[in-house]
Design a protein around this ligand. Structure first.
Ligand code: NOJ
Ligand code: CA
Length: 682
């Protein structure tokens, strides 16, 4: 018998509480508020399992839950359910910035108390939350005689897929790839061996989209997924190791991150993804006024195309004079920030090998940090300080307080960090518990000094920004920089149409769009050979990326001189970086996506549509506009015969009157896109 106590909290939140008094069987269930998603937790022959159905159809078959430890028996068999409690929650909360302003956290929760029937009689709680857009569960270990300090060698959580779903994935077990900067592959999930999350899948009948990820990763190892290539459809949690092979060290009381599975009927319903945010604690910062989304430019692309250097020399990029030039450009064009890379001592020679030599306070002699900071302040521009650690973690942590204090004293409130490494200087995996703690420490320290963060080579996003809104954006995927380098030749035209449904479901990405000199000619001062690096999009697609790839810090990545005399640059000046609403209008993963977003606190909408190597025509209704209101659409479309390969530059800019009844026909060139600003008329 269930005894429900319904507590209605006026206005915003309604909370239902209920406590079971039922005699316990081996099986308990919780369903989402709409009843469609149902998780069953069950003890089968002493082992704890979970499974998931949607509309009564199995998505996850009974899947193992448990752990292995060093120096203690596995927590796996001889288990029984001793108690369950339930509660429901319905609340709207507001993000200080985001893809959407308001988020609804509406879920039913089931907490299952589990105990070993034999010594050491360890106990834990499996907490499950069922939302309309997915489910999450985590393990909680209370303080207890049989479990104090522990060392986890393996987490046994499984996801036994009922269907050989189609997956979009990047590997996690290849050497030198601890940075998520890979191209996505697509294929049946049964062929996966080791992959990163978010892992996006579509059932073979196309009825359900599923995304496995994690939320609220605080003091644990990052989770990847290991499959048994060709042998089964079961994926298992695979935790990144510390230097000594242990996955997680802890002491009760202890909670794990949430294991999450987002669910949707259509690809267009996957974004914006808020499941992970709802599974993180609310904002802990007293005030967030100083945290402001912005567009920025910087001494950056020139470094990657070889026109400038990070280290000292005749082409040193971070000179006082150069920084002032970028600040002037930012101020003249209404950009909020200027990033300066290569300003601090440590870049000369092999900066990855010499990672412990980076200073985060000492500038090169040709860069006057205080002067540049003062100049930026006078111009109303924020200087974004660059801290590349190369994975020299102790070196960074030793300097962090004094460096952040210096930046603050100069009025600097944004840092871009970097972790170009696979293993830290201390020998730990880039994704280990050690690094998870480090990334958190940086977020918390930065918050104390009033500093916003843009993290490159990060741990994947697990929703930290809800609790710590100074954690703005991160890389954690293959960004524009790959188009500047040689090697395997940059990102193919389909890349961003996959990113939208994979990496970006975790959170914002500092992709750094906006390259206009797509053949990278002017920065190098000479035409490039066909086999040299270039950008594989049209120019209109570079504009559309500002709307499709969400980031609260959004770069105009090209050299300022490449924007001169370019009418299309107006779109980058106009586009918003903070949103009230986001709607995915049309999409097919890996083929194309069209998104509409309304600027935060305003009535102007922006539409971005991108395609892969195929040209396409999309008809999109503007029914999201306010009915009865007149708008002007400023349309930046691929020009006549535009093609990413041999004619990427033509952009046609037109204006037309539109309303909520208008359908727009978007003609996208191969590798192309379209960017539209829709503002109220008059
Ligand atoms: C890799 C980052 O992604 C890039 O943005 C940065 O310029 C380099 N590391 C140097 O820190
Ligand atoms: Ca990178």
């Amino acid at each position: 018998m269930l005894r429900h106590t319904r507590v209605l909290v006026s206005g915003l939140a309604a909370v239902t509480l209920a406590v079971t008094t039922a005699p316990l069987r081996g099986q308990v269930r919780v369903a989402s508020p709409d009843g469609r998603n149902q998780v069953t937790v069950e003890v089968r022959e002493g082992r704890l399992t979970w499974r998931l159905t949607r509309d009564g159809r199995a998505l996850i078959l009974p899947s193992l839950l448990g752990f292995e430890f060093r120096g203690a028996p596995p927590l796996l068999g001889a288990l029984r359910i001793t108690d369950t409690t339930r509660q429901s929650h319905d609340e709207w909360w507001t993000q200080p910035w985001g893809e959407v302003a308001r988020v609804r956290d509406h879920h039913n929760e089931l907490a299952v108390s589990v105990e070993e029937t034999a010594a050491p009689n360890r106990r834990f709680v499996l907490r499950v939350r069922a939302f309309d857009d997915g489910v999450g569960f985590r393990y909680e270990f209370p303080e207890q005689p049989g479990l104090g300090a522990f060392e986890i060698t393996d987490e046994l959580t499984e996801f036994a897929l009922a269907d050989n779903a189609r997956a979009w994935w990047i590997p996690s077990n290849r050497p030198r790839m601890d940075r998520s900067e890979m191209l996505y592959s697509e294929g049946p999930m049964s062929l996966l061996d080791s992959v990163q999350t978010p892992l996006t899948m579509e059932t073979r009948d196309g009825r359900t989209f599923m995304v496995i990820h994690e939320a609220n990763l605080v003091d644990y190892a990052r989770m990847d997924l290991a499959g048994r290539r060709g042998e089964s459809r079961t994926l298992r949690a695979a935790l990144a190791p510390l230097a000594d092979g242990i996955k997680v060290r802890g002491r009760t009381p202890f909670v794990t991150p949430w294991r999450t599975m987002q669910l949707a009927d259509r690809a267009t319903d996957l974004a914006p993804s808020v499941l992970g945010l709802n599974l993180n604690p609310p904002n802990v910062l007293a005030g967030t006024d100083w945290i402001r989304p912005m567009k920025y430019v910087g001494i950056w692309w020139g470094l990657h195309i070889g026109a400038m250097t990070w280290g000292a020399g005749p082409r040193h990029g971070a000179t006082t004079a150069n920084a002032r030039r970028y600040i002037d450009f930012a101020a003249a064009n209404g950009f909020g920030g200027v990033l300066v890379e290569g300003w601090n001592v440590g870049w000369d020679g092999d900066w990855i090998a010499n990672r412990s030599a980076f200073s985060f306070t000492r500038a090169y002699p040709d860069y006057d940090l205080a002067e540049v900071a003062a100049y930026a302040r006078r111009k109303g521009v924020r200087l974004i300080v660059h801290n590349e650690t190369s994975g020299g973690i102790e070196n960074y942590e030793r300097q962090m307080d004094s460096a952040f204090a210096l930046y603050r004293s100069l009025g600097l409130d944004a840092i871009k960090t970097g972790y170009v490494t696979d293993t830290t200087s201390e020998g730990h995996s880039h994704w280990s518990q050690y690094m998870v703690r480090h990334y958190r420490r940086v977020i918390e320290t930065a918050a104390r000094y009033g500093i916003m963060l843009d993290v490159h080579e990060p741990i994947h996003d697990t929703g930290e920004r809800r609790t710590w809104p100074n954690m703005m954006t991160r890389e954690g995927s293959r960004g524009q920089e790959y188009n500047a380098w040689g090697g395997d030749g940059g990102n193919p035209p389909e890349h961003e149409t996959i990113l939208f449904f994979t990496r970006l479901l975790a959170g914002p990405m500092d992709f750094t769009p906006g390259i206009f000199d797509l053949l990278i000619e002017r920065g190098t001062g000479r035409p490039r050979r066909p086999d040299e690096p270039r950008v594989r999009t049209t120019l209109a697609k570079q504009l559309a990326l500002y709307v499709t790839i969400y980031s609260p810090l959004q770069m105009a990545a090209d050299l300022p001189e490449n924007y001169e005399g370019q009418p299309a640059f107006q779109f980058i000046r106009d586009v918003a970086v903070d949103w009230d609403t986001t709607r995915v209008l049309d999409a097919r993963i890996g083929d194309y996506v069209a998104v509409a977003r309304r600027e935060r606190g305003g009535q102007t909408w922006f539409v971005g549509a991108i395609t892969d190597e195929e040209g396409r025509t999309l008809d999109v209704p503007l029914s999201f506009l306010t009915p009865g209101r007149r708008y002007v659409a400023e349309i930046y479309a691929d020009g006549p015969n535009a093609h990413w390969l041999d004619n990427p530059l033509p952009v046609t800019i037109t204006r037309r009157a539109v309303s909520s009844a208008t359908w727009l026909r978007l003609v996208l060139a191969p590798g192309g896109g379209q960017a539209i600003r829709i503002r109220p008329a008059g």
